[in-house]
Design a protein around this ligand. Structure first.
Ligand code: 5RP
Length: 222
């Protein structure tokens, strides 16, 4: 089975969890696009739909959903999003699409966070995928210098401006044996707006599209 079909399967399983009375948050990325497609096909129109990025807002509008801006939203029933890496404790690296700050915001205010992924995203330990760090423009050089002390290389994402008007630095070689500590440390650096480690808000459930066509549900360990 190809990767696209695995993403379809993971997205469809999450779409089956959505009901019309929900306030729903929607993540960003190619797997999330599959979720949007499956939700649109189901005919269910949640009461409130909140995108984690401008791109997702456009995709939702194109699929016929009325979209609410995150700024006015206090809580969500469900947040559905992809990930770049998922470890056995369901800690994540996210932000490959550069939407990590709004994604973490929506995941944090959601009663339930469901991550959707193909099985290639499951890893024994986080740290191969470059870790995205969102930085205010004025702090790019200073934060890059500081991050060089934590990783092997820091690469500014060329030509990319986040939906919040910020830059992304991708960090490789950072020691992620204790993801929660790294998440907090990075957030404490002046100029950093957010980082792609999701250790404090892990998903409650991951729907994993597998090569044999099935979907495995992995629940967060207590
Ligand atoms: C965007 C994200 C995405 O969820 C992550 O990059 C996975 O994307 P894809 O489903 O395209 O593999 O964090 O900021």
């Amino acid at each position: 089975m190809n990767v696209e079909a695995m993403k379809d399967a993971a997205g469809a399983r999450a779409a089956a969890l959505v009901t019309a009375d929900m306030a729903l948050g929607v993540g960003t990325g190619t797997t999330t696009e599959r979720f949007i497609r499956a939700l649109a096909a189901s005919g269910i129109r949640p009461q409130v739909v909140v995108p984690s990025s401008l791109a997702t807002g456009r995709a939702l509008a194109a699929a016929g959903f009325a979209v609410h801006e995150p700024a006015g939203v206090r809580r969500l029933d469900l947040y559905v999003d992809g990930a770049d890496e998922i470890d056995p404790a369901l800690q994540l690296i996210k932000g490959g699409g550069g939407a990590l700050v709004r994604e973490k915001l929506l995941a944090t205010i959601a009663e339930r966070f469901v991550c959707i992924a193909d099985e290639r995203k499951l890893v024994p330990a986080l740290g191969t995928f470059p870790l995205p760090v969102e930085v205010v423009p004025a702090a790019v050089a200073a934060v890059a210098e500081r991050l060089l002390g934590l990783g092997d290389a820091v690469t500014p994402r060329t030509g990319f401006v986040s939906d919040n008007g910020n830059r992304i630095l991708d960090v490789t070689g950072i020691d992620l044996r204790f993801p929660g500590e790294v998440e907090a440390l990075l957030d404490s650096i002046p100029g950093v707006v957010g980082n792609g480690v999701f250790a404090h808000r892990r998903p409650d459930l991951v729907t994993v599209g597998q090569a044999d066509g099935s979907v495995r549900e992995v629940h967060r360990p207590v």
